[in-house]
Design a binder for this molecule. Structure first.
Ligand SMILES: C[S@@+](CC[C@H](N)C(=O)[O-])C[C@H]1O[C@@H](n2cnc3c(N)ncnc32)[C@H](O)[C@@H]1O
Length: 617
């Protein structure tokens, strides 16, 4: 059978209204609407001539078709956005992901509210508003009320707002409420400056996927003026490198009614980034983290790992633009957890002092046991690491003692050589220099050493060699050398003090007056190494950098993050752990450090199982 001719779009009724809105949206964005979208509204795109399907399909059967059709408006609009909008973070959310997050926020709320208002502060083409429409409809709310009263959205892009409006009207029309309009509840505005439409500040729900705008490099870096304007509004949660999406999380929390819930898609770095720390602390003072979804697989074309914290507002006491906190419930409510695009449910957990990033570890099958701590490494040690110059400045002064025929840079036997210690030669509690080949400056060495006299001569010319020589001198003496890009914490102690640590290893040394087990610098260094190498140290390091790099499974310690590692509470068990590490007694080490951190037996067994499977002993 041949298909008949396409139905001409109806020029009256709901279809015409939807078409007019679509055309208006594209026109405001300076774009031509695609022809097949114009056929929408009066029926489905590509409808074969015949009766208007809107009028003839029962509402239940239409529910998902209505959502799908409405979502298409947003995705077609998104395809026409230019590279600048993309770079500024305009990546619309796929319907299944928007629905998944919205369900966690609205459908999983412990109590139903009669006024389930929803705001998306960066609504784009309406992916989250449509998801909210679907969830609210499934909870029994009327489509007309949903669109007229309950859904609120803001975006700086007028075209996006028009498309969101068209999408909601299309959804309402296909759901049997052709007269519903969001009206002034949709607004073209900057949410971080002007807040929600009509200055409403008591939403039951906030959902969305705000723009990710990293502040390190690129077109999304704020000007100083823009930063100052944001600081005026949001205070010290705005750091020099705070991603814009983090500020939306703070803004969203500030307009929730007591008991209101929020879920936003954010880069996973929000869980651990230093520049988001004040935002996390700010939010923790007024809301409970009650859920956390970690995607762990690609969701957007842009290769950024994402998560969605779910927050429940405790109080709504506002002083100026900032929130006056109410004390958190002791221990806090359980945190529900999910992972992957399919929202696979994981075990819930009580927060009990855990950091946001620790709660995310379950998504990558890492345990997050409860432990006791007596401060951080920063109170008893100092840490340092070399940079580019400390690396490249050494290149011409490194020789391989294993290559006898290879002359030293000076042509004669070097008077003093010091082993060059690369990250790859460090294992937990030992250094495999001379046993395992080391990569340095694109070459393989078995026994790389720094020719000290050659380095001194090169340093006389200044530049990188001078910095490298200063680094080599500054790192003489007993110390801990911490490896990077490892599966568990790996650190070895330089008892003799002759090693030259190669970038990017980290050097850790006890400070005078710090309370560490041990009677001299060597024993204290072993105590520090025990913290870094311990199963708890490994988990804490993973949590500390969770989401900040390409893979969440590797430890990427920095000098600053090593100083953040927790110290044990039991000094005797800690000293026993340090001795076991020195003697390479793996199980004795793990058991002593579990005791040192006050782990209960169940947590200790889980943690040890995980750690043993990854530790290269
Ligand atoms: C990542 S897109 C997400 C859109 C939509 N929420 C979704 O999930 O599909 C971010 C949106 O934020 C908008 N936007 C950027 N800065 C904004 C601001 N300061 N206030 C409101 N919207 C903003 C962009 O125009 C873009 O539509």
């Amino acid at each position: 059978m041949h298909p008949g001719p396409r139905a001409a779009p109806d020029d009256s009724g709901p279809g015409a209204i939807v078409r007019a809105l679509v055309v208006a949206g594209w026109a405001r964005a300076g774009l031509e609407p695609p022809a097949d979208l114009l056929a929408m509204g009066g029926g489905r795109a590509g409808t074969v001539g015949g009766p208007d399907p809107i009028a003839h399909r029962p509402p239940v059967a239409l529910a998902s078709a209505a959502l799908a059709a409405a979502h298409r408006l947003g995705s077609d609009y998104e395809r026409q956005l230019d590279a600048r909008s993309r770079a500024a973070g305009a990546h619309y959310t796929p319907p299944d992901v928007a629905h998944g997050v919205t369900r966690l926020v609205i459908a999983d709320a412990p109590a139903r509210t009669s006024e389930p208002t929803v705001w998306d502060p960066a609504c784009g083409g309406g992916a989250f508003l449509l998801a909210a429409a679907g969830v609210l409809a499934s909870l029994g709310h009327e489509p007309s009320r949903i669109v007229n009263d309950l859904l609120w959205g803001t975006d700086t892009d007028p075209g996006a707002v028009a498309v969101a409006e068209a999408a909601l009207v299309l959804w309402a029309t296909l759901s049997g409420a052709p007269d519903a309009r969001p009206g002034p509840h949709l607004e073209v505005a900057d949410s971080l400056r002007s807040g929600p439409p009509l200055a409403r500040a008591d939403f039951a729900f906030v959902v969305g996927n705000p723009p990710f705008q990293g502040q390190m490099t690129g077109g999304s870096v704020r000007t100083r003026r823009a930063r100052e304007a944001l600081r005026e509004r949001w205070g010290d949660v705005v750091g020099p490198y705070t991603d814009t999406s983090t500020l939306f999380l703070v803004a969203g929390t500030s307009v929730l009614a007591a008991g209101g819930r929020m879920g936003m898609i954010l880069p996973t770095s929000v869980l651990s980034a230093r520049d988001a720390q004040r935002a996390r602390e700010h939010i923790d003072r007024s809301a409970d983290l009650v859920g956390l979804w970690v995607a762990t697989e690609p969701v957007f074309a842009a290769s950024v790992a994402v998560c969605a914290p779910v927050l429940a507002r405790r109080s709504r006491v506002v002083a100026g633009s900032m929130v006056t906190p109410e004390p958190a419930i002791a221990g806090g409510p359980p945190v529900e957890r999910w992972r992957r695009r399919g929202f696979e449910q994981l075990a819930s957990i009580h927060r009990e002092g855990r950091r946001w990033s620790e709660l995310a570890l379950a998504a990558i099958d890492v345990p997050s046991p409860r432990f006791a701590s007596s401060g951080t490494v920063g109170s008893v040690a100092e840490a340092s690491s070399g940079f580019r110059d400390e690396y490249y400045g050494l290149v011409d002064s490194v020789i391989d003692l294993a290559e006898e025929e290879r002359p030293s840079p000076s042509g004669s036997a070097p008077s003093e050589v010091r082993p060059l210690i690369t990250s790859g030669t460090i294992d937990p509690g030992r250094c495999l220099w001379g046993e395992r080949p080391a990569r340095f400056a694109k070459r393989s060495f078995l026994m790389p050493v720094v020719d000290v006299a050659a380095l001194a001569r090169a340093a006389a010319g200044g530049g990188a060699a001078a910095r490298a020589a200063a680094w080599a001198e500054a790192t003489r003496g007993p110390k801990v050398v911490v490896a990077t890009q490892t599966k568990v914490g790996e650190a070895a102690v330089d008892e003799e003090g002759g090693w030259v640590p190669s970038t990017p290893t980290i050097v850790l040394r006890p400070v005078a007056g710090g309370h560490l087990p041990g009677s001299d610098a060597v024993e204290m260094s072993w105590a520090l190494a025990a913290v870094v190498c311990s199963p708890i140290g490994s988990v804490a390091a993973l949590a500390g950098s969770f989401g900040s790099g390409r893979t969440s499974h590797a430890l990427k310690p920095t000098a600053a993050s090593v100083l953040d590692l927790p110290l044990p509470v039991d000094p005797d068990a800690w000293a026993a752990g340090a001795r076991a590490l020195r003697e390479r007694d793996r199980d004795g080490f793990a058991a002593a450090m579990a005791e040192a951190y006050g782990l209960d037996a169940g947590d200790a067994a889980d943690l040890q199982g995980w750690w043993t499977s990854r530790a290269p002993w």
